[in-house]
Design a protein around this ligand. Structure first.
Ligand SMILES: Cc1cc2nc3c(=O)[nH]c(=O)nc-3n(C[C@H](O)[C@H](O)[C@H](O)COP(=O)(O)O)c2cc1C
Length: 186
């Protein structure tokens, strides 16, 4: 089974990417295959609502989504981390989310996959919970199985993440919930 980590940060080597590395390290130790999508190094343009994907499983925008569609379709679960930007998810991650309407319109191809969310802010209470709920909305609208951290909503961290012991525990707990859910589905 493959778990894919997605970082919605524009910063190479930033807090979100480091947290995704940690999360994937945990699941690799449990024996899962992993993959990652780091939006800092990819070009994903916004959906233009052209309607092409209503009638064909293709998007006329020529960018890195072609490879991302393949990674999404072949994953069993996702751990998605976004920086908090003005109280919500990054524009980079939102662009990816909107472009996945192609997968929804062509057979609900993400349905039944497992998803968990992480948000990293510059402030302790900077909007992480709302950001996680925005990621969960995307997951629900695809018919995915959404998990939190056992107690609350998911991974809630403040930068620098390596100093945030409480936040890192919520990340580990979320990752473990994803793995436990995958085991139940076997
Ligand atoms: C445009 C912008 C808006 C931001 N808004 C918030 C915010 O509303 N709340 C918050 O806690 N941090 C906010 N931040 C701080 C980022 O969340 C923080 O720098 C980011 O999570 C760091 O992750 P990275 O190192 O992976 O890029 C903002 C940063 C930028 C650039």
């Amino acid at each position: 089974m493959k778990i894919t980590g997605i970082s919605g940060s524009p910063n190479v080597g930033g807090n979100n990417e480091r947290i995704i590395e940690q999360a994937l390290g945990i699941v690799e130790q449990k024996g899962y295959e992993t993959d990652k999508i780091l939006l800092s190094g990819l070009s994903v343009l916004p959906c233009t609502d052209c309607g092409t994907c209503r009638t064909a499983k293709e998007c006329p925008i020529d960018d890195d989504m072609t490879d991302i569609y393949e990674k999404l379709e072949t994953s069993d679960a996702f751990i998605i981390s976004s920086p908090v930007f003005f109280g919500s998810l990054s524009a980079q991650l939102k662009a990816l989310f909107d472009r996945t309407i192609l997968l929804r319109r062509n057979g609900f191809l993400l349905k039944g996959k497992v998803g968990g969310a992480i948000a990293v802010g510059g402030s302790r209470n900077g909007g992480q919970e709302f950001t996680i709920q925005a990621i969960h909305s995307w997951m629900h609208i695809h018919g995915m199985l959404v998990v939190g951290d056992k107690a609350h909503f998911g991974g809630i961290a403040v930068k620098p993440v390596e100093s945030d012991d409480v936040g890192l525990k919520t990340v580990r707990d979320t990752v473990n919930m994803i793995c436990e859910t995958l085991e139940r589905l076997k």
